[in-house]
Design a binder for this molecule. Sequence first.
Ligand code: PMP
Ligand code: GLN
Length: 387
Amino acid sequence: MKAANATISSLGTTVFEVMSALAREHQSVNLGQGFPDDKGPEEVRRAAADYLLDGHNQYPPMMGLPELRQAVAEHARRFQGLEIDWQTEVLVTSGATEALSDCLFGLIEPGDEVVLIEPLYDSYLPIVRRAGGVPRLVRLQPPDWRLPREELAAAFSDRTKLILFNTPMNPCSKVFDREELGVIADLCLKHGAYAVCDEVYEHIVFDGLQHLSIMALPGMRDRTARIGSAGKSFSLTGWKVGYVTAAPGMLKPIAKTHQFVTFTTPPNLQWGAATGLRLEAEYFETLSSDLRRKRDRLANGLTKIGFDVLPSQGTYFVTTDFRPLGFNGTDEDFCRHITIKAGVTAVPVSAFYDDPVRAPRQFIRFCFCKNDSTLDTAIERLNIHFK
Ligand code: PMP
Ligand code: GLN
C-alpha cells in the first residue's frame, strides 16, 4: 500500500477528544474540552427548530443564507464600527474550524511563511503545514502573555504571507489590547502580509475589557480575515456555524476553498445564528457577566486548593500552575492523574505548542462554562484529593 499524506498521518488525536474520552471512561467531571452546560438562548434554538420544520431544507447559497450574511455585517457595525458589504465580504462556514482551513488553504502558497503565536489552538499548525506554509512561531510568556515585540518583528520578513492569531486567546485567556494589535498591524503593513484573526470568543471578555478586531485598525480593513463562531457566541458548540469577513479580493480564494470543502452549512442553523447575531446588547452583556462569575467561582476554589491561578481576561478557560501542589510529573501526567484519582478532567497546556517536549510542562487549562453545581463538585473532589 502507498503511504497516505505524511503531514496528516503523523498527527495524533486532538487533545480534546483524548481528554473527553478519558473523562467518560473514569466518569470524571469534564472541565477539559470547552463546551457550555448552558443550552443557549431559547429564541435562537426556536428559530432554528421552526426553520427546520417550515423552511427550505435544500442547499442554501454557497456563500450562506443572505439573512445570516446580513446579520454578520450588521453585527460587525454594531460591535466593531466596521462597514461590511454582506454580499461580497461575508462567507458562512461549518464552524470556525472550517473557516480557518478555508483561509489557510485559500491564501497560502507552498513555501510561504506564516507567523503564529504560541500557545496556539491545536488545529492551526497541521493545516498551515498541509497548505505548504512554513511556520514561524513566536512564544508568549506567562503570567501576562505580553506580545514580545522584537521577537515578533524578527519572525516577519518579506516571505511572510500572513499572521494567524486568536483574541481572546485559547488556551491562555489573554485579550490583545490596542497597542499589541497595533504592533501586529504595523508589521503586516510593513511586509505586505495578511492577518487571519480567530475571534470566536469576541463576546466572552471580562472585567471591563473590550474585544477589538484588528480589522478595525488603520490600514487593516482590506488585509484581514476575521473569523467568528455561533457556537461560542450562543453557547451552541455542536452547531458548527462560523463566518469569515474579508475584503472581496481576499474572500474570493477563501470562498473557493469552501465550495469544495463543505459547500454549505445546514440552513436552519444559519437561520438560528442570524437570529442570535441580532439579539439585544443585553444578551451579550449577560453572556460575559455570567461567565465572569463562573470564572471567579472556579478560580477562587482552585486558589484555595493551592493552584497558582493565572489571570483570565476572556474565553471559557482559566490556566493554572500545579507546581505548588508538589506533583512530580508533566502537565499530561497531572491531567491523567486528576482524572483517574480525583475524578476531575482538565487539558494539558503543552498540547497548544508545536513541540510539547520543549513547551512549559506545569500548566493545565480548566473550563468554567459549566453549571455552578458542576464547578462546585469539581472543586470539592480536588479539595479532598489534595488535602
Ligand atoms: N478557534 C478557537 C480558538 C476555538 O477555541 C475553537 C473552539 N471550538 C474554534 C476555533 C472552533 O470553533 P467552531 O466550533 O466554530 O469550529
Ligand atoms: N475549542 C474547544 C476547546 O478548546 C474544543 C473544540 C474541539 O473539540 N475541537 O476546548
